[in-house]
Design a protein around this ligand. Structure first.
Ligand SMILES: C[S@@+](CC[C@H](N)C(=O)[O-])C[C@H]1O[C@@H](n2cnc3c(N)ncnc32)[C@H](O)[C@@H]1O
Length: 314
């Protein structure tokens, strides 16, 4: 059984049920996510682009105050459109760096490589197609130069609290004192704005979630009927957690061939799909302190909807 099958079995056998979010991104998932980033309601990408465009110069000063070279390691770059803002700037200013994108989606990595070799010829790029938890073990291979680890979007918000603590602690062990993280973090704001970003009018976020069931059908010989589920997003202002679910419209059974198992769904039973956590100054500082980091610098967009934060080891 491959790890996708194992993880689906684990999630659908749990109570309450869930599906691990790293498997959203097959070819169709990558395409749908790209569509999401262009939606009017999805402010996150626009805000982060604004930050990178307006503050790349200051970011470079933080990455390398003495102008020394570094490795730029990116966890989950996706299509890399935002990272390209930084890459173009670094290349234009003849900074000595090599780029290491790490992504679980081979589709996204090959597109990224193709685009970058066209737009930024000569860029030294070393793609790694693997889970970034596994990639952490490989980071020591690049330590001949300081590392700047990019974790953009709000990927950190897709972890539950304990997962992000475990992840950041593991990252802490792998990096050196003069390395830095640049983490994208979405901020708490008007609940209506946040909910709309996960429940858009065109229904692309719904399709992105339903594609997960279709991926199980394609790759694990599943027999999900996506029309038996509806997409539901909720936001809890206190915890800052926006969560999405697929909810069963009726009592029904689903057979998954690769697992040789039938799963019974009750009417209104929800499968938890993804969390997107929103932070504030306090929760950012707390998370850094809990995992052995300190915040070196915050960068904000004009609306203060989003922040990119530079972290260093304490
Ligand atoms: C939400 S997208 C964000 C992409 C980009 N950073 C952005 O901000 O637009 C998440 C990306 O991380 C990748 N990803 C998610 N979980 C991963 C994991 N555990 N290991 C490696 N890549 C992962 C996905 O394949 C996808 O390309």
């Amino acid at each position: 059984m491959n790890s996708f099958a194992e993880d689906v079995l684990k999630g659908l056998s749990a109570n309450p049920r869930y599906l691990p979010s790293m498997y959203f991104y097959d070819e169709a998932g990558d395409r749908l996510f790209k569509e999401i980033t262009k939606l009017e309601e999805y402010y996150l990408t626009r805000c982060e682009e604004e930050i990178l465009n307006n503050q790349k110069e200051k970011m470079l000063q933080c990455f390398s105050p003495d102008g020394a070279g570094f490795n730029l390691i990116e966890l989950g770059p996706g299509d890399g459109l935002k990272s390209r803002i930084l890459l173009e700037y670094l290349k234009k200013h003849q900074v000595d760096f090599e780029y290491f994108p790490i992504d679980i989606s081979d589709n996204v990595l090959s597109l990224l490589e193709k685009n970058l070799s066209r737009k930024l010829p000569g860029l030294k790029i070393h793609s790694m197609n693997m889970d970034y938890f596994k990639a952490l073990d490989e980071l020591h291979r690049f330590t001949h130069k300081p590392s700047i680890v990019l974790f953009l979007g709000s990927n950190i918000g897709n972890f539950k609290h304990q997962e992000s603590v475990n992840f950041l602690k593991a990252l802490h062990e792998k990096i050196d004192d003069d390395d830095r993280l640049l983490i994208g973090m979405d901020l708490k704001k008007d609940a209506k704005l946040i909910l709309a970003a996960y429940d858009d009018k065109k229904g692309i976020t719904r399709d992105f979630n339903l594609n997960y069931l279709e991926r199980i059908n394609r790759e694990l010989r599943g027999e999900f009927l996506p029309e038996h589920f509806f997409h539901k997003a909720v936001y809890d202002q206190e915890s800052g957690e926006a969560k999405s679910f697929l909810v069963s419209k009726c009592k029904h059974e689903v057979y998954i061939g690769a697992l040789d198992q039938t799963f019974v769904f009750d009417k209104n039973e929800a499968i938890f799909m993804e969390v997107s956590k929103k932070f504030d100054g306090y929760s950012i500082e707390q998370l850094a302190a809990e995992t052995g980091f300190r915040v070196e610098q915050y960068f904000y967009d004009n609306s203060r909807y989003f922040t990119n934060v530079i972290w260093r080891k304490v």
